[in-house]
Design a protein. Structure first.
Length: 202
């Protein structure tokens, strides 16, 4: 009888140990996803490779600074960067001159190769339709992912298209001043919400 009780006790201890180990690994993955997600969301609205460029009104190619929480809309034909979405995603990455947009690439968000993301923009244009962002994030949210980091980012989407270059990435100093003063006739930054999700691929 004692032997049976000892065997049962050992079995229970081993089972509890496995449960504890599983819970520890699950918490570790959750903490890792939270940390990577928070870092990616901060980069989304602050990385110079992603946000609007403040330029001199006399020369839009002269960047004075970068505007946090201002995201340029993608408003250019794929023909301008090689005729395909794939070519467009690498256009800014490799520093082409006179680029017309800034793709939201996972590497600019600091995401490891085994992580994915999802972006949904609500608002951002004068006619209240959703703004367009070129991205290599997934087209739909995860169906099975266990640990997902999610946040709603409040941003301004810049969607003035320069007729000469097709650019939406630059905000002239005069336009920024107009936006600060509430001059809607000369401000082309519109409030939007970006639902941003990050998860680790299984």
């Amino acid at each position: 009888m004692s032997l049976i009780l000892i065997v049962v006790a050992i079995g229970l201890v081993m089972q509890l140990s496995e449960i504890e180990n599983y819970n520890f690994k699950d918490k570790e993955l959750k903490d890792e996803t939270q940390a990577i997600g928070k870092s990616a969301s901060a980069l989304f609205v602050n990385n110079p490779k992603l946000v609007c460029e403040l330029t001199d009104y006399r020369d839009e190619n002269k960047v004075l600074s970068y505007i946090s929480n201002c995201i340029p809309e993608w408003a250019v034909a794929t023909a301008d960067c090689g005729g395909s979405i794939t070519a467009c995603k690498t256009w800014d990455k490799y520093g082409k001159n006179h680029r017309a947009f800034k793709p939201v690439l996972k590497e600019f968000l600091g995401l490891p190769a085994n992580y994915s993301c999802y972006i949904k923009v609500t608002g951002g244009k004068a006619d209240s339709s959703d703004a367009l962002l070129l991205s290599d994030c997934e087209l739909s949210p995860p169906a099975i992912a266990k640990n997902v980091y999610g946040i709603d980012l409040n941003v301004m989407i810049h969607n003035e298209i320069n007729p000469g270059t097709g650019k939406t990435i630059t905000v002239g100093k005069n336009e920024l001043e107009a936006c600060i003063k509430g001059d809607t006739a000369n401000c082309f930054m519109y409030p939007a919400t970006i639902k941003f999700l990050v998860w680790k691929n299984d």
